[in-house]
Design a protein around this ligand. Sequence first.
Ligand SMILES: Cc1cc2nc3c(=O)[nH]c(=O)nc-3n(C[C@H](O)[C@H](O)[C@H](O)COP(=O)(O)O)c2cc1C
Length: 203
Amino acid sequence: MITMKLLIIYHSGFGHTQVVAEHIRLGASRVLPDVHLLTTKEAMEQPQLLLEADTLVFGSPTYFGNVSAEFKQFMESTGSAWSRQLWKNKLAAGFTNSSSVNGDKLATLISLSLFAAQHSMLWISLGMMPQYDEKGRQLPEHNGMASYLGLMTLSDNSHLEFHPPADLLSAELFGMRIAEITLQVKSKEAVQPVNTLEHQHNY
Ligand SMILES: Cc1cc2nc3c(=O)[nH]c(=O)nc-3n(C[C@H](O)[C@H](O)[C@H](O)COP(=O)(O)O)c2cc1C
C-alpha cells in the first residue's frame, strides 16, 4: 500500500501561526492519515523526517515584512539538502499569519515559494477564490485575505483570535487541497516514475 507523508513545518513566536498550522493539519488529516506538525527547531533536529516526506508545508509569521528569524534559520540549515537537491520534486505549500490586514504578508509567501523553488520542489497555490456578494463586494468568507500564492491569515495581536474567523476554515480547506494534490501526484508518480535527469540529456 502507498502511504504519503505530509509535514507542516512552522515557527510561531506567540502562538498564532501555530493555530493556523493546526487547522491545516486538521484539514489534511481528513484526506491522509500521515500528517504531522514540526516546529522549525524540531525540523532542524530531525532532518531525516523531512527527507521521508512527500509534501512539506512551510509556515511563518510575517515579521518586518518577511519570514521570522527562526524560520530563516531553518531555511539556512537546509543547505546540505539543497546542494544535493534531496527535496527535488517533493510538493510544497506555504502560509503566513500577521496582525495587519496587509502587513506585507505577500513578501513572506514569496520567500517561502522561492525557498521551495531553490529546492526544486513543486509549489501548491492556495486554489481558493475569495467570495463576493451580488454587488461585487468581497465577503469575509473563504480566503478573506484574497491571496493566491499561499494562505494568508489575520490575527489579533493580543489574543489568539482571527479576523475573520473564516480564515481558520480556509486553513482547513487549504490542508485538504494540499493532501488531495499529494495523493493525486504521488500516486501517479508511483505508477509512472519520471527520470528527469535522463530527460534533460535530450536537450
Ligand atoms: C518583530 C515583529 C515584527 C512584526 N512585523 C510585522 C509585519 O511586518 N507585518 C504585520 O502585519 N505584522 C507584523 N508583526 C505582528 C505579527 O505578525 C503578529 O503578532 C503575528 O500574529 C505573530 O504570529 P505568531 O504568534 O505566530 O508569532 C510583527 C511582530 C513582531 C514580533
